[in-house]
Design a protein around this ligand. Structure first.
Ligand SMILES: Cc1cc2nc3c(=O)[nH]c(=O)nc-3n(C[C@H](O)[C@H](O)[C@H](O)COP(=O)(O)OP(=O)(O)OC[C@H]3O[C@@H](n4cnc5c(N)ncnc54)[C@H](O)[C@@H]3O)c2cc1C
Length: 288
């Protein structure tokens, strides 16, 4: 059974790219930046993975052309390697990634490799390291503060001067691999945030958590780190007033804007994260 898209509208801009443009325009008009995410994950069929690569390429061309020569910071997309065949054949996926990045470089578009479950963390970081030397300004990665391995991964990314998005981590992982309690995850997040701001290159601090946003603001103020050396990131539909306030306070904010017909897994992750999201969705639904 297909659930009605109206349920997901709060967190997903539209089911098509053209349908997402009004949401993007509204965000840019307020001085915020965007990264576009074509929804989907874990494709198991080679021809569907090739289709996903072609859709990503066409997305890069579209945002490249739409925002070229404008003040709007929209030449940025977020992708999932599992959409381009990572679980089928890593060499095939790597070829797809290279094809995408060649077009991204041509159009001056930045491509962020979202981080998924721990079954593919190693493979994602390995592919990133393969392509990064060829596209240092067009590709970045994500590290998840809840993973126990992340301390070493942060060191490595700082050494490479790679652009990292830091987030807590959204997938269910076992206690052997991931911290489970919020206190420890926040503590790890703060340690990595400081390291990325000190030794990394243009990190993205991705969180809706006031505690972590406050810790970041204090750290950059204390250390005289200019607001153009990093950016905050939040998800579309989450704390929009706070997103705008952060920009009014003089910081950069990029909104992660998902679109596409495969919205269900993304949508359920958002619901799992916060009870308030469930209530919001239910109340929207019953108001219809
Ligand atoms: C831009 C972006 C990209 C991401 N990319 C990835 C990725 O590639 N891989 C991945 O695994 N995960 C990703 N995530 C998800 C991330 O890992 C977390 O699951 C998600 O952000 C929830 O953690 P949080 O720190 O934002 O806040 P939470 O842990 O959900 O909440 C902590 C506290 O923040 C405050 N808060 C949070 N939301 C709200 C709200 N709506 N209103 C009011 N207060 C609120 C509350 O005080 C709350 O107690 C991404 C997140 C963002 C923002």
């Amino acid at each position: 059974m297909r659930l009605p898209f109206a349920l997901a509208r709060r967190f997903v801009a539209a089911e098509t790219l053209s349908g997402a443009f009004p949401a993007l325009d509204a965000i840019h008009e307020k001085g915020l930046a965007t990264t576009l995410d074509l929804l989907g994950e874990y494709i198991k069929d080679r021809s569907l993975a090739a289709e996903a690569r072609d859709e990503y390429i066409s997305l890069v061309e579209t945002v490249g052309e739409r925002y070229s020569g404008t003040e709007r910071d929209g030449r940025n997309i977020s992708i999932k390697l599992s959409m381009m065949g990572q679980k089928i054949d890593e060499d095939f996926c790597l070829d797809n990634l290279r094809a995408l990045l060649a077009v991204a470089k041509q159009h001056d578009v930045f491509v962020r490799l979202d981080m998924e479950g721990t079954d593919i963390t190693d493979s994602t970081l390995a592919m990133f390291e393969e392509v990064y030397p060829h596209y240092p300004d067009n590709v970045g990665v994500v590290l998840q503060a809840y993973l126990k391995r992340t301390a070493a991964d942060i060191d490595r990314m700082c050494e490479l001067k790679a652009r990292v998005r830091l987030c807590k981590g959204a997938y269910r992982e076992p206690a052997s691999l991931a911290h489970q309690d919020m206190k420890t995850i926040r503590e790890r997040y703060v340690v990595y945030m400081k390291q990325l701001l000190t030794d990394g290159r243009y990190p993205a601090i991705a969180t809706h958590d006031d505690l972590l946003i406050g810790a970041t603001r204090s750290f950059v103020d204390q250390h005289g780190i200019a607001p153009d050396r990093f950016e905050f990131q939040m998800l579309y539909g989450m704390r929009p007033a706070t997103q705008e306030q952060i920009v009014r306070d003089g910081y950069r904010m990029r909104v992660y804007v998902p679109y596409g017909r495969q919205w269900y897994p993304y949508f359920t992750r958002r619901l799992r994260e916060r009870k308030e999201n469930v209530w919001f969705v239910l109340s929207t639904f019953f108001r219809r």
